[in-house]
Every structure is written in C-alpha cells, then in structure tokens.
Design a protein around this ligand. Structure first.
Ligand SMILES: C[S@@+](CC[C@H](N)C(=O)[O-])C[C@H]1O[C@@H](n2cnc3c(N)ncnc32)[C@H](O)[C@@H]1O
Length: 391
C-alpha cells in the first residue's frame, strides 16, 4: 500500500473511532462508549490484574479484542504496522566511540546508523545532545558532521568526546527553533529523538531549504503544540488534541514490579483525592492539577490529601475523615486500568498517523519517502524512522 493510501485508510478509521480513543477514563468515570457497549465494559471490568496489564501493553491482543466488538477496528492491527528496516550494524568500531553511553542508548544509535544510508554529503545532526549519533556517523561514514545542540554543557562534552575519538565533528551551540543558517541543499540531516516542534522545524525549514536527505526518528509529538495538533500534510484530517498526540507516546518498555506498584499507588491516590474534591465541591467534571511532588506519596493517604487540598485551595477540616477516599481511589484505579485498554489500543495507530503526516509532508515537497522501524520496540518504543531523499 502506498504511503498516501495507508494514511487515508488510517485517517478514516481513526475518525470513525474517535469516541473510543479520545475520552480519558482517568478523567471521565464512564466514557460514553461504556453505555453504548455494555458487554465490552463488563468484559473489561471483570479482567484479572495480569490480563488487564497484558492488554494494556500488547497492542495486537487489544486490537483483537476491539475487533470482536467494533467492525471498524478489524484493520487496526494491519494499519498499525510499518515495514521493519532493521539492519545489523555494518562495521564494528569497537567500544571506543561509545564512552559514556548507556547500553540501551548505544544499541539505539547503532541501529539508527545501520538503517540510515550515507549520502556522501556532510551530515547535520539535529538536536544532538552529546553528539553520540553524529560521532558514530562521522567515524563510520567518514564524513564531516555538524552537531546542533542548545545546551552548552552537552556541546562541550560532545566536543571532548569527538576529539578523543578523532571524529570529524564540530558542534554548533544554537537553538533549533530560531537558528537561521543551519540548512543547505548539499546536506544529509539526521535526528534521533528530537521532540515535537524540533523535528517539525527540521522537516518544514529543512525541506524549504532543499536539504538533500533526511533520516529522522521523531519523539514526543505533543511537545510544542498548542491545544490542537496542526497536521503538516493535507492528507491528515483527524482532529487531534495535545492529549491525543501525547497518548501516542505513553507506552513504556516494561516497567519493574516496584515501578508498577508505585505508578498504581500514585494513580489511586490522585483518584482518591479527585473523589474527595467531587464530594466537597459537588463538581462532577474532573479538574486536573499540577504535578504532585514525589515526597507527598511517601507518607499516608490522609497526609497526602491534606497537602494537596491546601495547595488546591480545597477547605478540608482536620476532623474530616478522608481515609475512606483512599479505598475509592483504589477502586477507581482498578476500573481506569481496565477501561483504558480501549484507549491504549490506539497508541501505535496514532503514532503511525503522526509519523506518516510528517512523511507525507516531505512527499508533498517532492521527496521520495520511506517509513519503517529501525530497531525492536524493546530497545525503544520510539523506533520509527522517516527516510527521505530529494527526488
Ligand atoms: C531526547 S534528546 C536527544 C539527543 C540525541 N539526539 C540522542 O538521541 O541522544 C533531545 C535533545 O534536544 C536538545 N534540545 C532541546 N531543545 C532544543 C532546541 N531548542 N535547540 C536545540 N537543541 C534542543 C536537548 O538539549 C537534548 O539534548
């Protein structure tokens, strides 16, 4: 299927299922679909913990479940898939280039470098951090690399590492959102995990300058957008809020049991506080609150709720029995984990839509575009690579 046909099919599927992935069970006690599909709701609420955990993390299993209830979801799995561009690292450089890089990050960089093809042109490493990717490419491709990064400390560390590895790599300590002289036609731009507006600027301004080739693995699509995502390509018409774009990146590589318990407790306590606030104010609508300091979760629920009540200007008297709201919070947490399976099943489809939107924009500007995964998802869930060559 062509990129345009894939996007068109995915776009209409997502529009027709908006009522399933847009509502957030954390905020809405019962999303509207629960009333429309009582059998699915009952099936989800009856799941035991391991099954709920599994369906929240295994997109394929969740797609199969949804397809039983919604004919529109029959193609969810096939439309979530993109070709794998996994290649073994071409040249072993030993470990000298990779001082300081944690193992998983090193493997991501090696996989990216293997999937991207050298164009024989100087390389621009966009939002480079310490320039680990640029350093590997400079050594592997024997090409000049210019690494652009806003943080002077990372630039200084990167310069030192480049010198040590004898890589032809220079750093440009600039803001990617405002820099005006970064692009040229005879250039191969690469970006590994440049967030939101940083990868969008590379794509829009880089293509306007006629950059010859791009290899971009985007992440954090929601960063830098206002309330709503503005598609870059005319082919994308699904309306996405910032929260919808964020949903695309909420899955994690399997967390440890300790972190899972901590995540569950934080969610239960916040939901317990929301129940307390609902009772005190009579307001049914969920009101979000600022991030809660981690230390507040270390004591008991009553203290947590009192601290939060003070911060949120909720007048709770010391004598009020608030412990009972903890049980309500845990009950809600159990339900939220189960009802969120429906929403979570759309994480990868939404990510594919967002990445294809970027790819189609480049195609509309005259580039030949290929999109695929450059590494297994266990290495990083942000494993999609847009490769584009000026036609
Ligand atoms: C997720 S890190 C990726 C770093 C590197 N590409 C990698 O994969 O290791 C994103 C980088 O973007 C940099 N960054 C953030 N905002 C920036 C901006 N406005 N201009 C340039 N770099 C920026 C951050 O300092 C950070 O080093």
């Amino acid at each position: 299927m062509s990129l345009a046909a894939h996007q068109s099919a995915l776009d209409s599927l997502l529009q027709s299922t908006h009522a399933l992935w847009h509502p957030q069970p954390f905020r809405e006690i019962r999303p509207v679909w629960c009333d429309d599909y009582p059998a699915l709701t009952a099936q989800l609420l009856a799941l035991d913990d391991p099954s709920a955990e599994h369906l929240n993390h295994d997109g394929q299993a969740a797609h199969a479940l949804l397809a039983q209830h919604f004919p529109a979801c029959a193609d969810l799995q096939s439309l979530s898939q993109l070709p794998a561009h996994l290649k073994p690292p071409p040249l072993k450089l030993g470990t000298r280039w990779a001082w300081e890089i944690p193992g998983r990050k090193q493997s991501q960089i090696e996989a990216f470098a293997a999937a991207a093809q050298p164009a024989g042109l100087p390389v621009l490493d966009w939002c480079a951090g310490k320039g680990h990717l640029g350093r590997l490419l400079a050594l592997q491709w024997q090409l000049e690399v210019s690494s652009l990064e806003i943080d002077p400390k990372l630039c200084a560390d990167g310069e030192y590492l480049a010198l040590k590895a004898r890589a032809i790599q220079k750093f440009s300590c600039k803001n990617a959102l405002t820099v005006s002289d970064a692009f040229s036609r005879d250039q191969h731009a690469v970006a590994l995990h440049a967030c939101g507006d940083l990868h969008r600027r590379l794509i829009t301004d880089g293509s306007a300058a006629g950059v010859a080739r791009f290899d971009i693995a985007p992440c954090c699509y929601y960063r830098g957008i206002g309330e709503n995502y503005q598609p870059l390509s005319a082919a994308t018409t699904t309306a996405l809020t910032r929260d919808d774009a964020r949903l695309a990146v909420t899955e994690t590589v399997t967390a440890s049991p300790r972190l899972t318990r901590q995540r569950d407790k934080e969610m239960a306590w916040k939901l317990g506080f929301a129940a307390l606030r609902r009772e005190m104010t009579g307001e049914a609508a969920y009101r979000s609150f600022k991030p809660v300091p981690a230390a507040w979760f270390r004591d008991d629920f009553s203290n947590f709720a009192m601290l939060l009540a003070q911060r949120e200007n909720l007048p709770v008297s010391q004598g009020k029995v608030i412990g009972s709201f903890e049980a309500q919070g845990w009950q809600r947490q159990r339900e939220v984990m189960r009802l969120s399976i429906v929403r979570h099943a759309f994480r990868r489809p939404l990510e594919v839509l967002l990445v294809q939107d970027l790819g189609l924009y480049l195609a509309e500007k005259g580039y030949d575009v290929a999109i695929g995964s450059f590494c297994e998802r266990q290495l990083t869930p942000r494993n999609l690579l847009i490769s584009a060559q000026r036609a």
